[in-house]
Design a protein around this ligand. Structure first.
Ligand code: KE4
Length: 424
């Protein structure tokens, strides 16, 4: 006897905290009594456990650049699984994937594969601190780099002050070396570097912010970070977990022409399986055990199923036609939404295949400005679109993730449903 949605949600909450394995999935920010439970995905669509089919603009938060259940990815994972799911030893597959990432991403000479973006970011910070023998890091309000202690930090009082834990369980000592400054604010960053420069290990940034909604870098912002790091001896670390292979094959560092010292990758590089990576110049990466003294490890790092999926995807992304198609579709979605939202207090942002519709008159350049968005209106749009079979991010502060599987008809239908919601 199938459970009713309410019974299923009750059961989930009885055995999993909050009923979900990641908070945003509870869909509380958009007022659902119980979240969607997904049973299967097909291209741009997924089908829920209750048999309802939705056009999916979240695509698991970014990994699925070719959409759900891509036949080549499924076949590669099936073939890999038949040979064994994990060995805890070196395989040719992980070497091939590492080589593919090094070929694609400008800053990479060597790369270490891990199992999540959090693990990659945490490890990159440890490497930066170990390599520079400095402890302080600068991050930006509204940027998210996973849930490692040093990165769950909110801005201290005032600008360029040491961070305070943004979650219980994060010891003040872990947050004390993290300085939080406003995104796109070069003056604030320069002040922080002037104040902490000698002790600064790294500046960590989402080169296109995706975790406060999509907020593009202002002209010159990334260049200025590059110069500040070079002058102070701190390492510039790009968190490209979302932007990697999404905004260009070489990520935001290729698109904007700024090369960091270290890069964090995730989502697309794992083809939808648990795989992430961090990398940079060989002289930095060779300081990691066992080549060097900085310890980092993982039982399932470079897992054969994940590397098979990741390789299948990143090899196909050698085709520039894929990015031309993503740009064409991204531009179609943006143009349609601009027309549908003209005259409303709505701001649209887009970089390639990632975008956000903010209920905000704008500008939206940093967390403070984005935080004034009308989240209730966003929640109402979410529910309206859901009633039309369209699933957008269940939070104003996330990104719409376009895939090659989204058709022009899918785009046009979404634009029409937004226009209908706005009642023009
Ligand atoms: P994971 O540990 O969730 O694999 O990656 C952390 C991470 C690191 N860096 C960036 C730029 C990220 O966007 C993320 C994770 N992204 C969120 C959604 N924006 C994951 C969704 C979730 O938390 O459930």
């Amino acid at each position: 006897m199938a459970l009713t949605p309410r019974e299923r949600w009750k059961q989930a909450q009885s055995v999993i905290p909050g009923g979900v394995n990641s908070p945003v999935r509870a869909m509380r920010a958009v007022g659902l009594d119980e979240p969607l439970f997904i049973d299967s995905g097909q291209g741009a669509y997924f089908t829920t456990a209750d048999g309802e089919r939705y056009l999916d603009w979240v695509q698991s938060w970014g990994p699925l650049i070719f959409g759900h259940a891509d036949p080549e990815v499924v076949a590669a994972v099936q073939a890999a699984a038949a040979k064994g799911t994990t060995f805890g030893a070196a395989t040719q597959l992980e070497v091939d994937l590492a080589a593919e990432l090094v070929d694609a991403v400008p800053s990479l000479e060597k790369v270490r594969l891990v199992s999540s973006g959090t693990e990659a970011a945490m490890s990159a910070v440890r490497l930066a601190r170990g390599a520079t023998r400095r402890d302080r890091i600068i991050k930006f309000a509204g940027n998210y780099h996973g849930h490692a202690d040093a990165l769950l930090v909110s801005a201290g009082s005032g600008l360029a002050t040491l961070g305070i834990p943004s979650s219980p369980g994060v010891p003040s000592g872990a947050a004390a070396d993290t300085i939080v400054v406003p995104y796109n604010d070069i003056t604030a960053v320069a002040e922080a570097v002037a104040r902490y420069g000698e002790g600064l290990a790294a500046i960590l940034v989402e080169p296109v912010a995706g975790n406060m909604g999509v907020v593009p870098p202002e002209p010159g912002f990334l260049d200025a970070l590059r110069k500040l790091c070079t002058a102070s001896g701190a390492l510039l670390v790009f968190d490209e977990v979302i932007t990697g292979f999404r905004v260009a094959r070489g990520g935001a560092q290729e698109r904007f022409g700024v090369t960091p010292d270290l890069t964090i990758l995730g989502k697309i590089v794992g083809g939808g399986l648990p795989l992430a990576a961090f990398g940079g110049r060989a002289e930095l990466m060779d300081q990691l055990a066992p080549a060097g003294a900085i310890y980092q490890a993982g039982t399932l790092s470079g897992n054969p199923l994940a590397t098979a999926a990741g390789l299948t995807v990143v090899r196909r992304l050698r085709d520039p036609g894929v990015y031309a198609e993503l740009e064409r579709k991204g531009a179609r979605l943006e143009a349609g939404l601009r027309e549908a939202t003209a005259g409303h207090e709505i701001s649209l942002t887009r970089v390639g295949a990632m975008s956000t519709l903010f209920f905000n008159p704008g500008p939206v350049r940093n967390w403070t400005e984005v935080a004034t968005s009308d989240t209730e209106r966003y929640a109402a749009l979410f529910r309206h679109l859901l009633s039309r079979g369209i699933y957008i991010a269940p939070s104003q502060f996330e990104a719409t993730m376009l895939s090659t599987a989204h058709s022009d008809a899918d785009i046009d239908r979404t634009v029409e449903a937004v226009a209908e919601f706005l009642g023009d």
